[in-house]
Design a binder for this molecule. Structure first.
Ligand SMILES: [Mg+2]
Length: 399
């Protein structure tokens, strides 16, 4: 069996807003096709035009190749062999970042394909299921532009998540810093006010995570704010400071009690090794579409297990990545939650419409998937609509 083609879809939300800090507005989806008529789908979380270039660019030398040239003709069942071939053959294109994110989409599609070929869900390819249910947490990010609306929106959405049956939710409390969007400009004290409002809204019998999205300039500034957060019972605090400040992360781990999580942007097991061993992160958050795929995400899980850390995968795209996260959690005991973006609580049409899926969530839990592969399908009408929006954006920019 051989891979005979790869379709690379650049997708954009028709109503996208460049000033909004949300990667839910774009997507890069790949479909890998075989000579036996079976195909697999995958996606990654990075500027889709850039990822497409990594896949389709012509090669110029043995370690400056485009990914698709190395993929065509391979037996899709040899996922690790293909991963290593792509990693070495694209080494001088970066070894991290967008190249690895694009490889993540390909790896995800290969797992989907192999699962379909063998007639098994993807978790069987990751070592087999170790649980009957996966627990999602609702990820909540308001799309408003003033403080009161932000606080009220987040408290309202958290309440709705609880009513929908969720047992956990993450509040994106981002009033300042690089992720602050739509003109928001708040203070650390207001961040605490939002956290307090959300905790009050959901009550004490509910797991609450907080993501400040790199808002604090350094560990000192973060410590000054979160020292008073003990009453809010935070399950983890996500990316409080810039991703490269690993010594700052280590200080936060040593000097206050809230577990610190990070890793959503990282690529490869090697970056996670630094995050755990130098940054001392308690919870690591590989995104299958960024770390380099499910194979690499599983390697991160293995490393975290050996160090006694938890893994809570980052997922900010469509049902394709959500499914990848479900299968990863199914195969790993130390993955207590996955990030989940319920359609009722998000505003991205791309996220709501691109994929036909039914994860069957009931009572705050997702049952073990039973379909072969990832178990999700593309909605072809929606795919066409989002491709057209991406083409239009390019035309408008040239004009
Ligand atoms: Mg985050």
């Amino acid at each position: 069996m051989r891979i005979i083609g790869i379709d690379v879809h650049v997708l954009l939300e028709p109503s996208y807003d460049v000033s909004a800090t949300s990667s839910a507005q774009d997507n890069l989806v790949v479909e890998i096709h075989t000579d036996e008529g079976v195909s697999g789908i995958g996606e990654c979380d990075v500027n889709p035009w850039m990822a497409r270039a990594c896949i389709l660019a012509p090669g110029t030398h043995t370690m400056g190749q485009g990914l698709s040239d190395m993929l065509i003709g391979e037996d899709p069942r040899n996922i690790e062999r293909i991963w290593n071939k792509l990693y070495v053959g694209s080494a001088m294109n970066g070894r991290r970042g967008v190249v690895l994110h694009a490889m993540g989409a390909i790896d995800m599609a290969l797992h989907d394909l192999k699962g379909k070929l063998l007639g098994v869900p993807v978790y069987e390819l990751l070592g087999g299921a170790v649980r009957s249910f996966i627990t999602p947490y609702a990820s909540l990010q308001p799309e408003v532009s003033d403080f009161n609306a932000y606080r009220n929106s987040l408290a309202g959405w958290a309440t709705k998540a609880k009513q929908l049956g969720f047992r956990a939710a993450k509040a994106e409390c981002t009033l300042f810093g690089p992720y602050s969007h739509k003109g928001l400009s708040g203070t650390p004290e207001q961040t605490t006010e939002v956290v307090a409002a959300v905790r009050q809204a959901v009550g004490s019998d509910f797991t609450l995570m907080v993501d400040v999205q790199y808002a604090f300039p350094n560990a000192d500034a973060c410590l000054a704010t979160i020292r008073n957060w003990e009453p809010y019972d935070i399950y983890f605090l996500e990316t409080p400071i810039w991703s490269d400040d690993l010594d700052g992360y280590a200080r936060l781990a040593r000097e206050q009690p809230i577990p610190i999580s990070a890793g959503e942007w990282l690529a490869t097991r090697y970056e996670f090794e630094d995050l755990m061993d130098r940054g001392l992160a308690s919870v690591v958050q590989p995104d299958p579409g960024r770390v380099g795929g499910l194979l690499e995400a599983q390697k991160v899980c293995d490393m975290a297990k050996a160090r006694g850390r938890k893994v809570v995968p980052h997922i900010w795209k469509t049902g394709i990545s959500i499914s990848a996260g479900i299968h990863l959690a199914a195969a790993n005991e130390h993955v207590p939650f996955i990030e989940f973006l319920p359609k009722e609580l998000c505003e991205s049409a791309l996220r709501k419409e691109l994929v036909i899926e039914d994860f069957g969530m009931a009572d705050g839990q997702i049952p073990l998937p039973t379909k072969p592969g990832l178990g999700v399908e593309l909605n072809r009408d929606a795919l066409g609509k989002f491709k057209e929006a991406a083409d239009k954006a390019v035309r408008d920019r040239i004009l």
